[in-house]
Ligand binder design. Structure first.
Ligand code: GLU
Length: 448
């Protein structure tokens, strides 16, 4: 990878909103490339729109990146030798190079603004690492609505630099050598190339990432559901899963592998393997990925992440021991696509309250109830409160009494969990413990 030494990439969000899916996707691919090449990942805050930029948004963007595990090496607060890392603090640089362009005759002043003269007859080749070579004539780089060549404003009347200009000055000054960003910026790149040319600077390599579409093939937007990465946290998706899922939007490690962690992604990531076809944001896929990550999560971590969701349901997991809660989650296995679902599906382990609310025994006939009372009277005194012993007892009892196992197991599940589906009911009974089971069965009138 000799050509990719000292890779310096940046994620350059405008702090005018939370970290949305598109931004997180861009940040993630930059991060992957930096880590893959042992390079540097820079966070640069593009806050030249003073009216819409806020410190709060900068904060939520940083929190979002941290949540996804995308750590940056240089940035505001973090520091680095190429700061400051907020554009609003770099005004001197923009003024300086604007003067240079004016002095060299590449730009002129008009109404207080500084305007770059778009040259004619320059053949530009954007060698995009993902989209391939894109050829464009300079006079087509910036055009008015009527198709005529349009000069490029670099400093606005209010003294602020425009995006296309500030990005070039900063990428150069910060020695960014790979610009990886959304496909929606492809149309800006030729303008930026003209500025590099006029300033006599070496250009970075460019890689434009495929756009992300909703399942309806329309550009991803609020209509498609959550947009901020934190909303996925609230919905019960793990950061590892969102990371994995976002990486799959346009890339995969090959060999049919779809589930991977950060380290595996870093090891196999290749920018040249990113597909230029638009990627589809598919919730079913996210659910699948999340479920797979939940499956392999260790019980202690799982407990920690499910606890707030239990609390959200009004339950008090702190009433139980860590061991008990971890055992409950282990028993739940792969049930639940999200941590939120997992918390819901396992609520009966935490509290009997939800069972009472759900339970409805109207389909149990008086005869069935009488038989169940006989069964439970004996069941409660099974010598060994182990699932295998309980099951063996239940099987024997059913055989001796001409009943099917279902006739006792389903009402037992109902009374203990208030659910038709659960892990093996004798396993559930074992974990709840004999006393809790007796209390539940008594509440519903099955034992005295
Ligand atoms: N601030 C720009 C944006 O958020 C950065 C684009 C770029 O990476 O050049 O779209």
């Amino acid at each position: 990878m000799s050509e990719n030494r000292n890779v310096r990439v940046r994620f350059a969000p405008s702090p005018t909103g939370a970290l949305h899916i598109g931004g997180a996707h861009t940040a993630l691919f930059n991060w992957l490339w930096a880590r893959r090449c042992d390079g540097t990942f820079i966070l640069r805050i593009e806050d030249t729109d003073a009216e819409r930029s806020t410190a709060e948004y900068e904060g939520t963007i940083k929190e979002g990146l941290k949540w996804l595990g995308l750590d940056w090496d240089e940035g505001p607060d973090t520091g680095g030798s190429f700061g400051p890392y907020r554009q609003s603090e770099r005004m001197d640089l923009y003024r300086k190079y604007a003067e240079q362009l004016l002095d060299a005759g590449f730009a002129y002043r008009e109404d207080g603004a500084v305007i770059f003269k778009t040259p004619a007859g320059v053949g530009l080749v954007l060698e995009d690492a993902i989209y391939g070579d894109i050829r464009i004539q300079s006079e087509k780089a910036s055009v008015s609505q009527d198709g005529s060549v349009k000069d490029i404003v670099i400093m606005k009347r209010d003294g602020m630099p425009t995006y296309n200009y500030a990005v070039v000055v900063d990428d150069h000054a910060m020695e960014v050598n790979w610009v990886i960003r959304g496909e929606d910026h492809i149309s800006n790149t030729p303008k930026q190339m003209l500025l590099y040319r006029a300033l006599g600077w070496e250009m970075p390599r460019f890689a434009h990432l495929p756009m992300i579409l909703g399942k309806d093939k329309k550009k991803l937007s609020k209509r498609h559901g959550a947009t901020s990465v934190f909303e996925y946290n609230d919905m019960g998706y793990l950061p590892d899963s969102v990371f994995n899922f976002l990486a799959l939007l346009g890339w995969s490690p090959g060999g049919g592998v779809e589930i991977f962690g950060r380290d595996e992604a870093v090891k196999s990531f290749e920018l040249s393997k990113v597909i230029k076809k638009p990627a589809v944001f598919d919730m079913d896929k996210l659910n699948f990925v999340n479920q797979e990550h939940l499956k392999t999560m260790d019980p202690a971590a799982k407990k920690k992440i499910v606890e707030p969701f239990w609390a959200e349901l009004g339950l008090e997991p702190q009433k139980h021991s860590d061991r008990y809660l971890m055992d409950a989650l282990t028993l739940m296995g792969a049930r639940g696509r999200t941590t939120k679902e997992l918390a819901e599906f396992s609520d009966y382990f935490v509290d009997f309250g939800p069972v009472k609310e759900r339970y409805d025994a109207s389909d149990i006939t008086p005869e069935h109830r009488a038989a169940l009372k006989k069964f439970f009277a004996e069941f409660m005194s099974v010598p060994n409160w182990e699932s295998s012993a309980m099951e063996a007892f239940a099987r024997n009892w059913c055989e001796a009494n001409g009943a099917s196992l279902k006739e006792v197991a389903l009402p037992l599940r109902w009374a203990l969990t208030g659910r038709k589906v659960s892990p093996g009911v004798f396993e559930v009974a074992r974990l709840l413990g004999r006393d809790d089971c007796r209390m539940r069965l008594r509440y519903f009138g099955f034992v005295d």
